[in-house]
Write a protein that binds this ligand. Structure first.
Ligand SMILES: Cc1cc2nc3c(=O)[nH]c(=O)nc-3n(C[C@H](O)[C@H](O)[C@H](O)COP(=O)(O)OP(=O)(O)OC[C@H]3O[C@@H](n4cnc5c(N)ncnc54)[C@H](O)[C@@H]3O)c2cc1C
Length: 377
């Protein structure tokens, strides 16, 4: 069981005040924005209901180049040069043109935070009235507010499953080792979606994701773990958005899952949370440097996100199509996809949706090894 480090009860002292930039959410998206603002001289405050890195939100798989480009390789656990796809009608081994890696969530968050020079407070964000953000510890205000709070989009309009365009994912983290990154497209586990097994050093992350929010994945997550002779222990799960939303609204910047930045079909949302977080941070830097107005930054960031709409829409169409393909045809199709030329083309385009060289395209943040004083307290 993870130990809860977040302060509760009397230890949760009142909080108030203002900042130049208030970033709500301290996971991939929020920390990427904060990292991009390092050295800007702005008073940046990051809040989250948990301490930084306390609550893992995913299987933590990402293209390796993204870890390298952001200076996060110390959190790296394992790399994979191929994806093994199982169907009831056979297994395809897809040799990737680039590698995919698993990482340690707490370490990655700590590394991201070390590259930022913001302040942090634990607080649960309850909502907003104009530029005032209400938390369980009091009100905070800032001229620039970022919602990186995940799929709930707390500072925007409501979003509730099962009616909202959300997938659901659940995984277990048994101790053990493995050397293949595997997925299962098999209706025994989920009618629309897939199961996965991502080894990460000393543990394996085994889970099931359903594109249909009404399908409960607990029993079949346990079934997949049983089939792999692993223990169904240490659960974590969440809703996963699969449709892009407006990345700005009512003066607020939305980044990561709160803007639907998770890719449909694959449910890969870490790389994109970092990518759009960097993009948002760059627009905010221009405002802080006096080179753009807040209104201009809102338009530019909103347009940048919306320019990706057709790519997200194409993946959503594939997400809707795959479950309709008869399984024997899917097995044959996957085997046909094993050709080098096709894989280079398909995975090259897929990586280009949020390419790792985007990180280097802007000013590098100062890398400072700063301890998580508050997080460790
Ligand atoms: C089971 C599962 C496995 C996944 N595996 C992968 C994978 O291997 N690779 C991949 O790329 N993607 C994966 N995803 C998707 C990925 O986890 C998300 O797309 C990604 O976490 C989005 O990052 P984010 O920073 O936008 O939001 P989140 O990671 O959800 O972070 C939101 C932050 O906001 C905080 N927060 C939320 N509400 C409040 C509140 N009211 N007050 C204060 N703080 C709040 C949370 O504590 C959290 O720190 C997976 C998802 C699931 C469910």
């Amino acid at each position: 069981m993870p130990t809860r480090r977040t302060k509760r009860g009397a230890a949760r002292t009142p909080l108030s005040g203002d900042a130049d930039v208030l970033i709500c959410g301290a996971s991939f998206a929020g920390l990427a924005v904060a990292r991009e603002l390092a050295g800007s001289g702005a008073r940046v405050l990051v809040v989250d209901r948990y301490e930084i890195g306390e609550r893992q939100t995913s299987a933590c798989g990402i293209p390796t180049e993204w870890l390298r480009a952001m200076g996060l390789m110390d959190s790296h656990r394992q790399s994979f040069g191929r994806l093994v796809v199982h169907t009831p009608y056979g297994t395809a081994r897809l040799e990737l043109p680039w590698t995919f890696s698993t990482f340690d969530y707490a370490e990655l968050c700590s590394l991201l935070w070390a590259q930022a020079d913001a302040s942090f407070e634990t607080a649960k964000v309850d909502g907003r009235t104009d530029a005032i953000v209400h938390t369980d510890r009091g009100d905070l205000s800032a001229p620039v507010i970022v919602d990186a709070l995940g799929w709930r989009r707390v500072l925007g309009s409501g979003y509730q499953p099962p009616d909202a365009p959300l997938s659901r994912g659940l995984e277990v983290h048994p101790w053990g080792v493995g050397d293949e990154m595997e997925i299962w497209i098999d209706r025994r586990y989920v009618p629309a979606g897939y199961g996965w097994s991502f080894p990460a050093g000393e543990e394996v992350r085994i889970g099931v994701g359903s594109f249909d929010p009404r399908f409960h994945v607990k029993d079949t997550t346990v079934m997949l773990a049983d089939d792999l002779e692993r223990d169904a222990v240490r659960y974590q799960g969440n809703w996963i958005p699969h449709r892009l939303r407006d990345a700005t609204a009512d003066g607020i910047f939305f980044v990561g899952d709160s803007a639907g930045h998770c890719l449909p079909l694959t449910a890969e949302g870490i790389r994109t949370a970092l990518y759009f977080g960097i993009a948002c941070g760059r627009e905010l830097r221009a405002v802080l440097a006096g080179n753009a107005s807040l209104a201009q930054a809102l338009v530019r960031y909103g347009d940048f996100s919306a320019a990706h709409d057709w790519k997200f829409a194409a993946l959503l169409r594939a997400q809707q199509l795959v479950p309709r393909v008869p399984p024997p045809l899917l097995g044959a199709g996957l085997r046909a996809m094993q050709s080098r030329r096709f894989l280079d083309w398909a995975f090259g385009h897929y990586l280009a949706i949020a390419p790792p060289d985007f990180v280097a395209a802007g000013p590098p943040p100062p890398v400072r090894r700063r301890r998580l004083e508050r997080a460790a307290a």
